[in-house]
Design a binder for this molecule. Structure first.
Ligand code: PNS
Length: 173
């Protein structure tokens, strides 16, 4: 029988409970699920390094047998072919996500018609959650309970204080 290998691509900067909810749903649907963190050499503004994001996701998915974590650079469709993947998993939280996701899915299909994009909805309680908003709350020392796993919260707090140190070094120069 044909194996369905799905790629769940994203920035995961950082992974949130919404991403993890989708991974748990996705791994029940597909034979294999590869969570693939996109490396963007032009976008040097990531909060966490690629290695840190891979490490956090590995810990968070360790108990899921058919889930692996990887990083990729370049076109998602090239990576899908390399991994013999036949599906891409993306989350849709609200109507506002739809336009961008539709454009991406159709463009990816034009480039590689053998790969289908599958959209899944995370639990409603995560419909307002995003990595960007988590980074913002963390940078102002706000509460993160229920938004990210404890380990990710610890990394966020550490990173924020590292960045604060860098900023105060610059302003005292
Ligand atoms: O978590 P994000 O930032 O919404 O993820 C976006 C991502 C990484 C899935 C998207 O930017 C992507 O696929 N990048 C790889 C480059 C690519 O294939 N671009 C063409 C998309 S049509």
């Amino acid at each position: 029988m044909k194996q369905i290998i799905a790629i769940y691509p994203g920035s995961f900067d950082p992974v949130t409970n919404g991403h993890l909810d989708l991974i748990h749903r996705g791994c029940k649907l597909f034979d294999r699920l590869i969570v693939a963190i996109a490396r963007n050499p032009e976008k040097d503004s990531s909060f966490f390094s690629l290695e840190e994001r891979v490490a956090m996701l590995q810990v968070m998915t360790a108990e899921l047998e058919n889930v692996s974590v990887d990083a990729f650079e370049g076109l998602l469709m090239t990576y899908c072919i390399e991994k013999h993947a036949n599906a891409v998993l993306r989350g849709i939280r609200a109507v506002s996500d739809y336009e961008f996701e539709l454009q991406m899915a159709l463009m990816n299909r034009k480039m590689e018609p053998s790969v289908e994009t599958v959209f899944m909805m995370p639990a409603e309680k995560y419909s307002y959650l995003s990595s960007r908003i988590v980074r913002e709350i963390a940078s102002f020392g706000g509460p993160l309970n229920g938004l990210v796993p404890e380990l990710v919260e610890q990394h966020l707090r550490r990173r924020v204080s590292e960045l604060r140190g860098t900023i105060s070094e610059i302003s005292t120069k």
